[in-house]
Design a protein around this ligand. Sequence first.
Ligand code: ADP
Length: 366
Amino acid sequence: MSAVRLDRLTKTYEGQDRPALSEFSLDIAPGEFLVLVGPSGCGKSTALRSIAGLEVPDAGSVWIGGRDVTEVPPRDRNIAMVFQNYALYPHMTVYDNLAFGLKLRKTPKPEIDERVKEAAALLGLDGYLERKPKALSGGERQRVALGRALVRRPDVFLFDEPLSNLDAQLRVHMRAELHKLHQKLDATMIYVTHDQVEAMTLGDRIAVLKAGVLQQVDAPLTVYERPVNKFVAGFLGSPSMNFVEAVVDGTAVRVGEARWTAEGALAAALSAHAGAKVTAGVRPEHLALSDAPGALRGQIEFSEVLGAERLLYVQTAAGRLGVRVAPHQKSAIGANVGLLPEAGGLRVFDAADLAIGAAAPAVVGA
Ligand code: ADP
């Protein structure tokens, strides 16, 4: 039985001409950490709010623990939601902030005490229970917000961009904390973010949405390495995958004068597309500087040193391409270089932007 099942959820807001969500189906396993990711406006929050019961879908259903809760009010769904704006009560201590929801539900005092202390211990807030929020750092406040969800002992945790108000360093820290928490609790967590790094690092699986339509749902590395279409390929990865116009030529693609050969399943699949206009995609870490025949020639336009690596930007007839190299790689501006995808690094997308030669895609919404 899935912990949460979304069955063809569809929602169009009043006054909008296109649906915020279209036929969105997804099965989330008990104990899974599922990340919903996509650009702003793709329908992530609408999906999450539908699970919480804060939005009512026009069509489709929401199931939690095998029960159809589509018509069930939020308070009876046994879910807890953590938002970006965690809005703690400023006049209350951490203890009272954690206890407040339980008091409202008339939970017996000893049980409140037990649950608050348990959550505080899990989150490392033991020493802070008598403090007011203004005496806490941003990260500590966010942990209190998490604690408020924990004390509810919900069936499902819902997170709506909970870390986006924190500075970069704290986000990395809280990401690790959330990861640990998920392992300790073994709880079902659904997490919405537009941040692809958060998605990659937190999710057991990630579901990529575009304009209300599910594109792909799979383990993070699978989505990264085998994107089902050009949108998913371009959304994950920073800097993003390089895309160039190309024409299929045997088991290779021609990019202007250059010829990039494919391997394995892609090579076999390409033969069915002879002469087709396609988009070739290569991630910056899969492009190598090479003078071998078939390389795409260009000039180094500029480079960025990031400490552990250097990014070269090479201007070619097919556009500017990013290449990830070692930090001390020679990179004279204006130098003429050749670019070749490393073995297995080439991806090819057809005229409809679908990946050619991808394994049977885990697309539900296509
Ligand atoms: P995301 O969380 O991915 O940024 P949302 O689910 O918030 O996306 O929104 C999806 C689409 O629905 C967007 O086009 C947004 O403008 C629209 N939308 C969201 N909430 C409302 C609302 N209450 N009324 C009208 N349109 C809305």
